[in-house]
Design a protein around this ligand. Structure first.
Ligand SMILES: *Cc1c(COP(=O)(O)O)cnc(C)c1O
Length: 397
């Protein structure tokens, strides 16, 4: 849909609910069900003849307006009308997509450096249901094509770009073209970028996932997720049905918080990006820093891909401190302003030492294979004044 406003104005303004059924209780539509005027209206709404809300797990005005906003952001400026569904978490968006589109015998092709929960979902929940996971380096496009051409049971190509922790990027246009050739769905976790920085539908991707817990909410005060699909019919039938029957629906309060977050998306993302760039440049020059992973740096191996498909480079970066695990722990203990917390995309700067925190229980060889070295520090750069972030990192180093 062509919008008649710029993206910042679009974020600020409310969308109005278009459906007419009255809520049983007052907004934030804290109501589990909706009233019908009479039995005829009930029949028409249940049969789909008239648009209206029925029951909170199926949909709710707060949730649906925010879902539409996320969908229109992912299709912003394009001649498409994607459909979105909000979920109780990023994980429930991913699991519902898989349950709705795959069955026993089907396979998922993905990469080793996914969000940890996603890898665990594939391995511990989907594999025992007969949905096999194949992992490869998705940056090696020839290899991807070879795997897809030999195995018609691969029905889903699932990936993240940029991906944790090296911020490795995959060429969306090329990957999507290969998947199309073999009739394979493509799904991207676009959490790190938000539609403000990267719009995967431009490159033919089928499904976009967000942990709206992160940048779209932006303030770290709720857990929620979103799935956006290009195929409106598929979203409204199979995927919506899976959401309502598995019960992975979002709740109106969390939807309202996403709505509030989106109003400042442009302002926050611009600041996250400019702060992250300044921090990356500072770290790159520091004598105790061995390597900085930020797609905005010319030294990043995927800088050219990032330039092609991202409008700016985001707020996530990681760096390697000299001196291994000990140095990492020492550095974390020295931090004064940045917050030690295992999430990302909030207004404050968050810092994580994977080797001693999120990946403590993962064998060292496995961790190293996925690029999580002993002295690696991950930063989710906030919107504070950049001098303060840099000063904190400097004194800690
Ligand atoms: C946090 C996160 C998830 C999981 O989202 P939840 O809202 O915690 O369920 C998935 N992917 C990425 C990239 C994330 O950062």
């Amino acid at each position: 849909m062509q919008e008649n406003k710029k993206i910042g104005s679009f974020c600020v303004h409310e969308l109005k609910d278009k459906k007419t059924t009255k809520p049983h209780q007052l907004p934030i539509y804290a109501t589990s069900s909706f009233e019908f005027e009479n039995i005829d209206q009930g029949i028409d709404i249940f049969s789909g003849k008239e648009k209206g809300h029925v029951y909170g797990r199926y949909g709710n005005p707060t949730i649906e307006v925010v879902a539409e906003k996320v969908a229109r952001l992912e299709g912003f400026g394009m001649d498409i009308e994607p459909e979105a569904i909000l979920f109780s978490s990023g994980m429930s968006a991913i699991s519902t997509l898989m349950m709705a589109t795959l069955k026993s015998g089907d396979k998922i092709l993905s990469q080793g450096n996914l969000y940890g929960g996603t890898t665990e979902l594939f391995a511990k929940i989907l594999q025992p249901l007969g949905i096999e996971l194949i992992m490869t380096n998705l940056k090696q496009l020839d290899k991807v094509e070879e795997i897809l051409s030999k195995d018609p049971m691969i029905k889903m190509l699932y990936f993240e770009t940029p991906a944790n922790p090296s911020l490795a990027c995959i060429d969306l246009e090329k990957l999507s073209a290969i998947a199309k050739k073999y009739n394979c769905y493509t799904a991207i976790d676009n959490t790190f970028c938000t539609p403000y920085l990267q719009q995967p539908f431009k490159y033919g991707i089928d499904f976009i996932i967000h942990s709206t817990t992160k940048y779209l909410n932006g303030h770290g005060n709720s857990i929620s997720g979103a799935l956006v699909g290009k195929d409106k019919t598929l979203m409204r039938t199979k995927i919506w049905t899976a959401m309502k029957l598995i019960g992975t629906n979002c709740n109106p309060w969390d939807a309202w918080l996403i709505n509030n977050g989106i109003k400042t998306l442009e302002l926050r993302m611009d600041r996250h990006c400019s702060n992250a760039m300044a921090v990356a440049r500072f770290l790159e020059k520091h004598p105790r820093v061995i390597k900085v992973n930020y797609p905005g740096l010319e030294s990043h191996e995927d800088h050219a891909i990032a330039l092609k498909q991202m409008s700016a480079f985001g707020g996530m970066l990681s760096f390697e401190i000299e001196g291994g695990v000990e140095a990492g722990i020492q550095f974390m203990n020295n931090i004064k302003m940045c917050v030690l917390a295992p999430t990302l995309g909030n207004v404050d700067t968050l810092i994580l030492h994977p080797a001693s925190m999120s990946h403590l229980n993962i064998p060292r060889e496995v961790r190293l294979r996925n690029g999580i070295t002993d002295g690696l520090i991950r930063l989710s750069i906030g919107i504070e004044n950049q001098e303060d972030i840099i000063a904190d990192l400097e004194q800690a180093l």
